[in-house]
Design a protein around this ligand. Structure first.
Ligand code: ADP
Length: 161
């Protein structure tokens, strides 16, 4: 069985992440979406538990996709999940720089291969950090996060008064 790990922070999952997840789910038997976090320094707009639930709901229609949380090194997450490779998305030249360095490092320290997928033009401008920024100021998040989770993301990012 061909298993790939798609790691990220997914704080929260966006339509850009979903595009990668859907495309990879069509290519491999099993896709593990891995929320990589630092167990000692919990941070983010959404807790890891909230991110898991949002991802589970957004991927409910994709039976070969599962959600797991990992802390520590990506190469260790690959080993413990039984994945054969890592998948990452590329939006821009800035992503290429970072992703090539990460891919080479993970191959060096753990023999892990990384598959890089080009973002589609419709979602190339979408990032979780922009979703958090737009949501914090009450902007329109339609099309930036999956419809199934839109209301919860809007609520979760709304400033507490
Ligand atoms: P973000 O970069 O949006 O804050 P993550 O750190 O969780 O999100 O990113 C996880 C992976 O998803 C990275 O490989 C990133 O390049 C990729 N990714 C994020 N947004 C998109 C998008 N709009 N299209 C394609 N890939 C994306």
């Amino acid at each position: 069985m061909q298993t790939v790990l798609y790691p990220g922070s997914f704080d929260p999952v966006t339509t850009g992440h979903m595009d990668i997840i859907r495309r990879v789910a069509g290519l491999f038997d099993r896709v593990i979406v891995g929320i990589l976090h630092n167990a000692e320094k919990p941070s983010g707009a959404f807790s890891v538990t909230e991110r898991i639930v949002l991802l589970e709901d957004a991927t409910a229609g994709l039976p070969n996709v599962e959600i797991q949380a990992f802390s520590g090194l990506l190469v260790d997450a690959v080993e413990s999940s039984g994945a054969q490779a890592v998948v990452r998305g590329l939006r821009s030249a800035a992503d290429v720089e970072i992703e090539l360095q990460m891919a080479r490092l993970n191959r060096h320290i753990g023999g892990v291969e990384t598959l890089l997928l080009a973002a589609q033009p419709q979602v190339v401008h979408v990032s979780a950090s922009m979703v958090r920024e737009v949501g914090r100021y009450g902007g329109d998040l339609r099309g930036l996060v999956p419809d199934e989770i839109l209301t919860r993301v809007v609520e979760g990012l709304r400033p507490q008064t």
